[in-house]
Design a protein around this ligand. Sequence first.
Ligand code: BGC
Length: 767
Amino acid sequence: MILIMKRIYISILLTLGFLTSQSQTNSLPIGRAGEGLYLDINAPLEERVEDALSRMTLEEKVKMTHAQSKFSSAGVPRLGIPDVWMSDGPHGVRPEVLWDEWKQAGWTNDSCVCFPALTCLAASWDPQLGILYGGSLGEEAVYRGKTMMLGPGVNINRTPLNGRNFEYMGEDPYLASRIVVPYIEGLQSKGVAACVKHFALNNQEHERYSTNVILSDRALYEIYLPAFKAAVQEAKTIGIMPSYNLFENQQCGHNKRLLLDILKGEWKFDGVAVSDWGAVHSTEEAANNGLDMEFGTGTDGLSTGTKNAYDSYYLALPYLKGLKEGKYSVEGLNDKVRRILRFVFRTSMSGKRGYGSFCSDEHYAAARKIGAEGIVLLKNDRGLLPLSATVHRDLSAPVRRDSSRRPSLLIVGENAIKMLTVGGGSSNLKVQHETTPLDGIRERFSKDFDITFCRGYVGDTTGEYDGVITGQNLEDNRTPSELINEAVAAARKADYVIFIGGLNKKWNQDCEGADRLSYSLPYGQDALIEALASANKNLVVVSISGNAYQMPWVSRVPSVLQCWFLGSEAGHSIADVLSGDVNPSGHLPYTWYSTLEQCGAHAEGEYPGTKRADSNIWDENYNEDIFVGYRYVDKKKLTPTFPFGHGLSYTQFKIGKASVSSSVMNESVTVSVPVTNIGKVEGSEVVQLYVSDVKSTLPRPVRELKGFAKVKLQPGETKTATITLTRDALAFFNPQRHEWQVEPGKFQLYIGNSSRNLASPIKITVE
Ligand code: BGC
């Protein structure tokens, strides 16, 4: 009966023209047949695009090119083309804000899972985790109805003062490329677009709207662009977000060289360039220089006299007017709309998009796993970690263990109890759940240890960011010396002390909108750590940050664990590593300078730039050129606190003698190297391959990362890591010829487990 009624209903719809017979066979009903949008989702993409475009009015096209609310833009209801919904990005799906205000919408069903910060993902050196990350986030985004996630970010860590480095993937273009590609592939496989950002040269937050970056083409192509290029050409990112700053005296939001010449010209990008929020400043440039969608422009609907503030956007009525007057080309508009249609057809109208899932057990498990895999064991003298209730590691410790009592564990520091998913700028999240480090440690260790907590220092007690409220009350009115004295007294009595501090996501820390003011730890933490180190030799420093900082106490602390901002499962990931349930295998994605002067941008480059006398523009010369991160410390033979690529394990590995498939490079060579776990527990090693050009017409870095492999090994097991090196990996960018060039001659291949722990090189020749 139901079936008969359904058939009658369908035939009525067909008669009335609401469905076509085509839609019955192999496609979704999209729009009404009367309007004639090409309905077959299996038709070639470009045919669908041309069909839709041919049916749109000028007004409908223009509407698609700019926002209609804080995070959405219009579709074409008449043709059944849905609105586009954006969301930050990049660590979880942002809570909803009001239609036309930044205020929280106050929904109760948008509390998400926060995944670890992208620095952590990069520190895992594991592309497979990129797929897991992107895929999990994609499911959350689809569930929330998002068409595009505003991320990931791949701006190169040029200075550790950049407040936004935690959202990026470190200092090396090769590592960032290898991690960004699977993240985007995972995300887009769920039917939601990525929007890789911020294109380009947004390497600091200080004066981010008005810094004009000046650099050589070599630095641009060799250091700052490769991760974007990989996102475009390998991962096929659907979106890219031009940045706020200027390049060659033109706003990146509509920068002809970046968007038209490089992105759409050289790289043949066929997706959408989505402005950063408020990064558009001119209708003419936005119309002509390759920007496709305008978002976040500050408008004042009242004073411009329009009913709708969004009509005042540069790409709204002013654009429409110019098009009608023949000032802007309709073909230029069509190009933008084709890209937006491709974007929609590849996502919400792809027919491949599922329903997603939100705050699932799988997503929490993914967050926990990625967090634990990205944690870097920077130092572990005396094998103090993993924490063990039964092994007393240092008999000279001030407190001798009395075996008749339970061992005691003192936790000190604000980051042990602070929710760090809240804060940081646009990546600020409202989470369904966050396990703090102290919660995670209590859960894992209470059965074996008596655990106490001392605050130690007071940092940021606000408990609120952009209307997202943690609900935590972190107020503590005691003086710094009272807090230190309490912690030191407790440390004297404890068997182990774990200090959990670092940076947080407050303004001038690891936060969008401003840079850090100093390379030192804030809130008097250095003095506290020194005092704890004097009080107890069994001290572990758990550092939570997105950036490196000065560690004047590092030689006095036996164990240091770099833990990043780990998101919802922070406490579990940290406890997994402290306990040894997970053997740490992360490696640094950037150089941990001992002082700021070791960083090329500060020693030779310009930071933060120089303000022009006659305008608000700050010119910033990247004089350090291609010598960013380890490329600078290697060139200057400096010793950083921890080098790029460094990371220890609870087991030991022997990296054996490497061999190469051929000593002559034609198209590629394969490097094979046996790796053995010579310790007692399972673990993973990251085998890294650096290339050095023995003689070159242009100055080149001492060595550059060009390959790596993460190998998991049981105790006693040996596996062969293989890394294929293509000829391109040996190239430099020749600015005169404007092309990548491989010079014949000798190259050396260095293999090891950090940029400073490398075996003697293998020589190859390029003929
Ligand atoms: C940030 C972007 C972000 C956008 C939307 C901007 O201020 O720079 O990264 O996606 O806001 O929130």
